[in-house]
Design a protein around this ligand. Structure first.
Ligand SMILES: [Fe+2]
Length: 594
């Protein structure tokens, strides 16, 4: 055994006596503790808790981890002395791949070359015994296999508010990890101390089965970090970088989402990229034709979903009000004075151009003419809303219900724009009609899609129902701009999707990419459905000639809207990210009809 010489102890005693060395040692130890603590806290929860589906006396608390946990529970009440156990499930389709920006993968394909399953557990606890209008503190606890308890910060939860309680509700959509989304949500929380709910009109992420887009994209602006104030996104404007944290929102208020095209995942594979799978959601009928032979050992529903499209990840992440369709993608809920009706109105988005390589809105790719497995089938609709469809019948019933008719405010939310200056208001929201042209030998020379304007299901079938039922506000997204409209009877339309970026407003010389030699006329500019856009009432942005613009479509200026039930007003605000120290500007306000 090695015995150190006595002078070694002497020397160490000397250094112990030397205050400089002692001080440095202390600093090193503290530094090591800080590093260990920060590593530990990173490995804790994948998300903070968030609130879902409140009732008169309960609310669901949901969170995610990368381990199942021995026990997962919520403590709540004035002294955090009430306990409720969580039910734990595993997400079934979440994966990462070559395009994920996750962990150490900072460029395409650095670590992953094909999809791999990402194991993520979801914990959900129903907190009961609550009284309306009364919020109480809560905390989540997950116990790891080694017995270590992990705790979140303390947040506040509440049951549904009673009618009459003044509420402030954030109207937002189309975050999709876009550059200004963290700044937008940070400005929401800096402008409003306390909000009561979020209505989210779809397109939460880009690729719904890519786990990191929800939880921990390494650019810092995934869905949950943005809405929980845990983002860390560096936005560069004019050579100056600003880090935005998003806003601590959904820990303390329920989120009511509508499904957008980016929540629908296409064909399932562990080989092709997630981007490709997302881009190929075969219509259900086409999938049945393409794959007539079903394997014996697979559930037919799962088989059909895997070979067409599904919304499983969206449904597994959220708990929506339980009066909905079986698939939960449309529902209605009363929240204070508001009856919110949420519809599943969205179709696959495809490129508008007509070049030979376009698997587009208006045509198939030339090289795929003889290969239906590679067709895109145009901008087909995921869930029918045509008059007589299951969803349409459900909507009719909902609009005739007591809950709907007695509500002070009647709001309908869905993803696809009924009225918009944006790119996605054309073609009409209708099933594409396929035309196949052939030469004299029967060889396919072109596959076209047409969308007759008079068959637009939203305009033709849905809006008359909403008008008759006295709906005051129709709220939607999809084109990434802010604009609004009002019908002759006073029904308001608002698209407040200029959150993280813009796809432009099509007015004047800015024209949409449309086919000019097709049977149908597709609007190059303006709102194809007639209503004129409203100029913001307080501080509209001006064009280069100093004329007020009826929209915000900008990659520098981000917008959000707040619905205040006490006054029935919807106010919109913008923030110029080129001036990080500037205040938000309230630029528009309108009042819902009584
Ligand atoms: Fe969209």
């Amino acid at each position: 055994m090695f015995n150190p010489p006595p002078e070694a102890f002497e020397n160490s005693r000397d250094s112990y006596r030397n205050p400089w060395i002692f001080g440095i040692l202390i600093i090193v130890v503290i530094f090591l503790f800080i590093i260990m603590f920060s590593l530990e806290s990173k490995s804790e929860f994948l998300t903070d808790p968030f609130l879902q589906a409140p009732t008169e006396n309960s609310v669901q608390v949901v969170w995610f981890t990368e381990f199942p946990g021995k026990r997962n529970f919520v403590i709540y009440g004035e002294n955090l002395n009430q306990v409720v156990e969580a039910n734990t499930t595993k997400l079934s389709r979440t994966r990462e791949d070559q395009d994920s920006m996750v962990g150490k993968q900072t460029e395409k394909g650095l670590i992953y070359q094909q999809p791999i399953i990402r194991d993520i557990w979801r914990h959900e606890a129903k907190v009961i015994g609550l009284t309306p209008n009364n919020s109480v503190p809560y905390q989540i606890i997950s116990e790891k296999e080694n017995g270590e308890n992990m705790r979140s910060k303390i947040f506040n939860l509440a049951a549904k508010p009673n009618p009459g309680k003044p509420l402030k509700i954030l109207l937002t959509s189309d975050h999709q990890l876009k550059p200004m989304s963290s700044a937008n949500l940070q400005k929401v929380t800096e402008t409003f101390d306390k909000l009561d709910a979020i209505f989210f009109a779809g397109d939460l992420v880009n690729i719904p089965d890519r786990a990191s887009e929800w939880f921990d994209d390494n650019r810092g602006n995934a869905f949950f970090p943005n809405l929980q104030g845990r983002a860390n996104y560096e936005l560069e404007k004019n050579g100056k970088k600003t880090v935005y944290k998003g806003g601590e929102l959904i820990q303390n208020m329920p989120l009511f989402p509508a499904i957008g095209n980016h929540e629908v995942m296409g064909i399932f594979s562990m080989k092709t990229s997630l981007n490709y799978q997302f881009s190929q959601p075969y219509p259900r009928e086409a999938a049945k034709d393409l794959y007539p032979e079903k394997p014996q050992n697979i559930n037919p529903d799962t088989w059909l979903k895997n070979n067409s499209f599904n919304t499983d990840t969206y449904q597994e992440i959220f708990t929506l009000p339980q009066n909905s369709s079986e698939e939960k993608n449309y529902y209605a809920v009363t929240f204070g004075d508001v009856r919110l009706v949420v519809l599943y109105i969205t179709n696959i988005w495809r490129v508008p151009h007509l070049k030979d390589n376009a698997r587009g809105k208006y045509r198939e790719r030339k090289k795929d003419f003889d290969n239906p497995a590679e067709w895109g089938y145009g901008q087909h609709i995921f869930e029918p809303i045509i008059k007589g469809s299951e969803q349409y019948n459900w909507l009719e019933k909902e609009l005739a219900s007591q809950e709907f008719q007695q509500a002070k405010y009647k709001v309908v939310m869905f993803h696809h724009p009924p009225h918009s200056l944006g790119e996605n208001s054309i073609p009409a929201y209708t099933n594409p009609i396929q035309y196949i042209d052939r030469d004299e030998n029967g060889k396919i020379t072109m596959i076209r899609y047409e969308y007759p304007q008079q068959n637009d299901y939203i305009i033709r079938d849905v809006l008359p129902l909403l008008e008759n039922a006295g709906v005051q506000l129709v709220f939607y997204g999809h084109s990434h701009l802010w604009n609004r409209f009002v019908s002759p009877s006073g029904m308001h339309f608002l698209e407040t999707s200029n959150v993280g970026n813009s796809y432009g407003a099509y007015v004047g010389e800015t024209k949409r990419n449309v086919p000019l030699n097709y049977q149908e006329k597709y609007a190059e500019v303006g709102n194809p459905n007639g209503l004129e856009p409203i100029i913001p009432t307080i501080a509209p942005l001006l064009d280069e000639n100093g004329k007020p613009q009826p929209f915000i479509a900008s990659n520098n200026i981000t917008a959000f809207s707040i619905f205040e039930t006490e006054t029935g007003t919807v106010s919109s605000y913008y923030f110029d990210t080129r001036k990080p120290n500037s205040e938000v500007v309230k630029f528009d306000e309108f009042q819902l009809r009584k």
